[in-house]
Design a protein around this ligand. Structure first.
Ligand SMILES: Cc1cc2nc3c(=O)[nH]c(=O)nc-3n(C[C@H](O)[C@H](O)[C@H](O)COP(=O)(O)OP(=O)(O)OC[C@H]3O[C@@H](n4cnc5c(N)ncnc54)[C@H](O)[C@@H]3O)c2cc1C
Length: 433
């Protein structure tokens, strides 16, 4: 088996760009060409029309996590008990939601501005469970979601079956008004293809380190060249330590997903011909599942804290997990119906909040998407460009104030703690994978 992302395979290729050779001078350097870096590149190009902007990626641009994710545009997170209206965490939930709403709006604007075809559907999605005990405080959640501007509706049994075409889910909250779905590889490819001519992109160019020159400029070193710039934006998310930033308070996670072939007309009719949908679990390690507009089923039901990439043999084991998850929901589907299986890396933090900072003179960085970087990465790219340009706004201040990823213990305590926490979460999510 291969590690092939179905979204990327279906989105098609952009023309290959050169890799870096020799020395380049730039006014701005962006490291990492995912959603965040590309969004930053667009914003910088709009703000500084005369500037020389360079962006680099260690592999093909727009093919990292930004293309490999599940395509949920998060405007409203599922509120946990502490965040319910009347509880202590509600004020923070309100601020986070106001940021997420701006972020989801930013996605909509980028799609409209660049004419990106990415199956964008503003039809909301579900927080749904197989075990109804995993969906607690339903009334309070509906009230909380509505209080922050979401459309929210509780569904169970037959009503939910008619929406999803599977009886696996017993209860769920549909949540709209800001929540959307898209084909992630098409979205980020759209950001890439729309880059203005004046932005220079180097692909297959791995930055191995940053150093400060005696004239104050920053030199980013790669295997066959270097780029010198007075200002550098680090948009590496899970890979932020590669720029020498090791105290971001974020840690990497590796996730895996599979995408099936399209359902046949008979299969689709048999499940009631539902509209495309997306389901998020209410448990952090529960499955994320979608029925796509072209009638494929996507499942992402493994997530692990890992220092090393999964091998193909290890991925084959994760794929069996996907098969079990698929069969719980759609018993007619088996391993033979899976067309693509892949992995992707994201960056998490203890508090669920990002790292977003001026690291030192001329160096700005963001990480810690915590699984909602499609919308947030789009916003962060713009805001990081604004911060580095000396601009200010209430939303930038809001993001900076909330950017407290929390303390992480040093290794090996971090490794042990993270592993134990993941085990507990996996046990809690057992009915939902
Ligand atoms: C399986 C999966 C499902 C997810 N589902 C969702 C979802 O449904 N909704 C959501 O909002 N978020 C989701 N996420 C998270 C989302 O994908 C990320 O938040 C988002 O892609 C972050 O974008 P980014 O540009 O910051 O980082 P990335 O997309 O990771 O981009 C970083 C780039 O840096 C490059 N790079 C790494 N090292 C170097 C180096 N040394 N030199 C140069 N370049 C380098 C990488 O190649 C990569 O292209 C999911 C993630 C995964 C993995």
């Amino acid at each position: 088996m291969q590690n092939t992302c179905g979204w990327i395979a279906l989105a098609g290729e952009s023309p290959l760009r050169d890799s870096l050779k020799g020395t380049q001078q730039a006014d701005w350097l962006i490291i990492g060409a995912g959603i965040t870096g590309l969004s930053a590149a667009h914003s910088l190009a709009e703000m500084h029309p005369q500037a020389r902007i360079v962006i680099v990626d260690r592999q093909r641009a727009a093919q990292g996590a930004s293309a490999r994710n599940s395509g949920f545009v998060v405007g409203h997170e599922h509120p946990v008990t502490a965040e319910l209206q009347g509880n202590e965490g509600f004020a923070g939930y309100q601020v986070d939601t106001s940021i997420s709403r701006v972020a989801s709006d930013e996605v909509r604007k980028r799609i409209a501005r660049h004419g990106i075809e990415c199956d964008f559907r503003e039809s909301g999605y579900f927080f749904a469970v197989s075990d109804p005990r995993k969906l607690t405080d339903v009334e309070a959640k509906l009230q909380t979601l509505r209080a922050v501007g979401a459309a929210a509706q509780f569904l169970q049994g037959e009503q939910l079956f008619q929406k999803l075409g599977t009886r696996h889910y017993q209860a769920g909250i549909w949540c709209g008004n800001g929540n959307a779905l898209l084909q992630p590889a098409k979205y980020v490819k759209g950001l890439l293809d729309a880059l203005p001519q004046k932005v220079t992109l180097f692909e297959n160019t791995e930055i191995t380190g940053l150093e400060r020159r005696s004239d104050g400029r920053i030199r980013a070193n790669a295997r066959n060249g270097r780029i010198e710039a007075p200002r550098v934006l680090v948009c590496l998310n899970a890979f932020i330590p590669r720029a020498g930033i090791s105290d971001s308070g974020t840690f990497p996670m590796e996730l895996s997903a599979s995408l099936t072939r399209p359902l046949s007309d008979e299969e689709f009719e048999a499940i009631g011909a539902p509209q495309p949908w997306g389901v998020l679990s209410t448990r952090p390690l529960g499955a994320t599942v979608r029925l796509t507009p072209d009638r494929r089923v996507m499942i992402r039901n493994t997530a692990e804290y890992r220092a090393n990439d999964l091998s193909l043999a290890e991925l084959a084991v994760r794929r069996q997990h996907h098969v079990l998850g698929l069969q719980r929901r759609f018993p007619m589907l088996g391993e033979q119906d899976i067309q693509y299986t892949w992995t992707g890396h994201l960056s998490a933090s203890r508090s669920g909040q990002p790292y977003f900072a001026k690291v030192e003179e001329g160096v700005f960085a963001v990480a810690g998407c915590n699984g909602s970087g499609v919308a947030r990465g789009t916003l962060w790219g713009r805001l990081l460009a604004e911060l580095a340009s000396g601009a200010d706004s209430p939303i930038l201040q809001s993001v900076i104030e909330r950017a407290q990823p929390g303390w992480l213990p040093p290794k090996p305590f971090l490794d042990i703690g993270a592993m134990l926490r993941m085990r507990v979460e996996a046990a809690r999510a057992k009915s939902e994978v």
